[in-house]
Design a protein around this ligand. Structure first.
Ligand SMILES: Cc1cc2nc3c(=O)[nH]c(=O)nc-3n(C[C@H](O)[C@H](O)[C@H](O)COP(=O)(O)OP(=O)(O)OC[C@H]3O[C@@H](n4cnc5c(N)ncnc54)[C@H](O)[C@@H]3O)c2cc1C
Length: 427
């Protein structure tokens, strides 16, 4: 439909994929971008390498209210994403299931999208932060029926479109342009916003000892505990594992970080709205079972001869972690290891396996990778169209869909952008 004017608010990953798809399907497309340049967030993704997708794509990698994720990925999944980028001249490579541009440069992804946008003659209006969207009437032809349209404005200028796509993102890393204003626009148009929290971020913990172990990176299993009951003494008893992740744990001045923590952070953020603190169990020795650690303690007793306690425990854990465990268990590192009993050694190793800390906060929106929450997907059709406002579409992080680390969030931007663009351009 050549005479169909499609406006896309937000020139991020979803907006650019949407614009290219709609323009290829013959719509007259305009991208309205608040910043001076499109695709700013893409430059920061994957540590500058842009992890743009994952070979293991399925709905179980996502959270939120979208019930049609599997259907969406069956229409535009990994294979289609690779083909889409190849159609822009950008080759995609796979590393352990993760997808990256061949050059491993995130700028190659945003450049390829921008060049195609220019080649397709898509209009790009930058420096235009939309603050209002109104429904208006458009005269079709002299004497003809007036049809509905959208009038978007930044308070000074107005632009009119037949169909509108909101791809304003969330408010993660707002310096890249997405400041949450898309949700205000959606709300004013009648949509419900599922409470928004930072996701894929670090956790702040209440324990004072984190400064002493800051900087350590180690393989660990991290388990999120439910606060199920209070013991007789009034202390919280955490006995229900809500979720568990294994990977490289990073210890910071204030708490814990790294991929396994990122994966749990959205759930912690929502729990912290109801609870003051959340129990997190760290297993610093995930490669051993409890029984193997008991056996290790027994076998190690012969090493006590002529060694201090610190020397005796060397070689099992990162030094800072072992020093902290010795301190917490009241053992003096300079004392002779001869003073240790097998029970002391077993207890210390088991403590490393079940090390309880308490999360009291998450990283904020300026340093999270995505937002959990957003426009309620129950109010969106599987064509990405609003069930409330005809001709209004959504794509990307503005919706209540957040994926795990590993390329899933950009994949959602490509998939939902494609579907919104395809359907917005349809008669
Ligand atoms: C540090 C970091 C690393 C990441 N790494 C990865 C990764 O490796 N893999 C992965 O899958 N995901 C990653 N993500 C997440 C991923 O980047 C986002 O999920 C994705 O970019 C969302 O795309 P979007 O188009 O929906 O929103 P955005 O990319 O945020 O784009 C929204 C655009 O809309 C514009 N805008 C907002 N409001 C308005 C308005 N009112 N008027 C006009 N324009 C407006 C903004 O300026 C912005 O350009 C990372 C995120 C961060 C912050």
């Amino acid at each position: 439909m050549k005479d169909l004017r499609i406006g896309i608010i937000g020139g991020g990953a979803a907006g650019m994929a949407c614009a290219i798809t709609a323009a290829r399907a013959c719509g007259e497309v305009t991208i309205i971008e608040a910043g001076e340049r499109m695709g700013q967030k893409i430059l920061s993704t994957g540590n500058g390498k842009c992890n743009l997708g994952n070979m293991e794509l399925d709905a179980s990698q996502y959270h939120g209210t979208c019930a049609f994720l599997s259907d969406a990925f069956s229409k535009f999944g990994t294979k289609e994403t690779i083909a889409f980028f190849e159609s822009l001249g950008l080759y995609v490579k796979e590393k352990s299931g993760y997808l990256y541009p061949q050059s491993e440069q995130a700028s190659a992804v945003s450049d390829a999208l921008r060049y195609e946008i220019a080649a397709l003659g898509i209009k790009v209006v930058t420096g235009f932060r939309v603050t209002q969207v109104k429904k208006g009437k458009k005269q079709v032809a002299a004497g003809g029926m007036a049809s509905e349209c959208f009038v978007v404005s930044d308070g000074k200028r107005e632009l009119t479109f037949d169909r509108l796509v909101l791809t304003c993102g969330g408010k993660a890393m707002p310096k890249t342009g997405s400041d949450g204003s898309g949700w205000d626009l959606a709300k004013k148009l009648g949509h419900t916003i599922v409470p928004v929290v930072p996701a894929l971020t670090n956790l702040k913990c209440k324990e004072q000892f984190f400064k002493a172990i800051s900087g350590v990176r180690t393989d660990a299993r991290v388990t999120l505990l439910g606060q199920s009951s209070l013991s007789h003494g009034g202390a919280a008893v955490h006995d229900k594992a809500l979720a568990c992740e294994r990977g490289e744990l990073q210890l910071t001045d204030q708490g814990i970080s790294g991929i396994p923590v990122f994966q749990l952070s959205r759930e912690v953020a929502y729990l912290l709205k109801k609870q003051k603190e959340i129990g997190i169990l760290i297993d610093f020795l995930p490669m051993f079972t409890d029984a193997e650690l008991c056996e290790m303690a027994k076998n190690r007793m012969s090493l006590r001869n002529g060694r201090t306690i610190e020397e005796f425990f060397t070689g099992i854990l990162p030094k800072k972690i072992m020093s902290l465990l010795l301190k917490l268990s009241g053992l003096k590192h300079t004392e002779p290891a001869e003073n240790l009993t097998e029970q002391d050694v077993t207890a210390l190793l088991l403590c490393a396996k079940k090390f309880l800390v308490h999360a009291i906060g998450t990283g904020d929106f300026s340093n999270c990778q995505v937002c959990a929450g957003g426009v309620d997907c129950n109010e969106i059709t599987d064509f990405m169209e609003s069930k409330m406002v005809k001709g209004l579409y959504f794509a990307g992080e503005i919706l209540d869909v957040d994926g795990r680390c590993g390329g899933y969030n950009l994949q959602w931007a490509w998939t939902s952008g494609y579907l919104a663009g395809m359907n917005a351009a349809r008669k």
